[in-house]
Design a protein around this ligand. Sequence first.
Ligand SMILES: Nc1ncnc2c1ncn2[C@@H]1O[C@H](COP(=O)(O)OP(=O)(O)O)[C@@H](O)[C@H]1O
Ligand SMILES: [Mg+2]
Length: 245
Amino acid sequence: MSDSSAPLPVVSVRNLERSFPLVNGEKLMVLKGLDLQIYEAEMVAIVGLSGVGKSTLLHCLGLLDTPSGGEITYRSGEKTWKTSQLDEDSRCQLRNHFIGFVFQFFHLLPDLNVLENVLLPSQVSRTSRAWNKNRDEFHGRAESLLQRVGLSGREKQAPGTLSGGERQRVAIARALMLSPPLLLCDEPTGNLDSRPSESIHELLRELHEDYSTSILVVTHDPDLAARGDRRLQMVDGRFEAESTS
Ligand SMILES: Nc1ncnc2c1ncn2[C@@H]1O[C@H](COP(=O)(O)OP(=O)(O)O)[C@@H](O)[C@H]1O
Ligand SMILES: [Mg+2]
């Protein structure tokens, strides 16, 4: 029998490749046979120079981009999904329910208020009839997430009236709306000053501990990188030696 207490990977990446066509007919190889496993309730930081392929990796993991080769396997309980076997429908389902994404520039919808931004993942993943049936439950979840990220009372505000750090808090609440097993953060404090950055670092670590969400965070910030359980250095489309904190 397998050891049921052994941590299992929520996502496994095997021999991942991504290249982009260049105008001269050649190919730019960005991810060059990369391997990675993120375990349940683990926070992993990825560091590396600009242009080495960190965002490309996150886009592939977040099913926003399609790899040129290799395979990504997602796992929740007994169920697994492999990128090579996904049809468009399951790809969308997986993107909605398995993955939360936090970007450097927040990507909040300016015409929706704070609460509506947080509710968005629940709405796009259902028909409006199904959503209306569970409306109170979704509102309750969105409001409690906003409270958790310190934005209670700001539900009706437009994102444009919030500070950068507050906008990122809204984006984090939105990313957690459907309780995804995996949260991908691409330079979440790259656009913030040091004080709001530090409070986002703390928030990510706390949410990670509260919700046992696995987090993969790309960052240039040594303080955020140090909060990970592991730090991976990306060099030229692959990972170099690991360090464990
Ligand atoms: N859609 C694309 N088309 C062509 N080249 C791309 C595309 N996306 C990324 N690249 C190139 O891939 C390389 C890695 O980019 P990226 O993953 O954004 O790096 P990082 O996030 O580590 O700074 C860069 O040279 C970039 O120009
Ligand atoms: Mg990047």
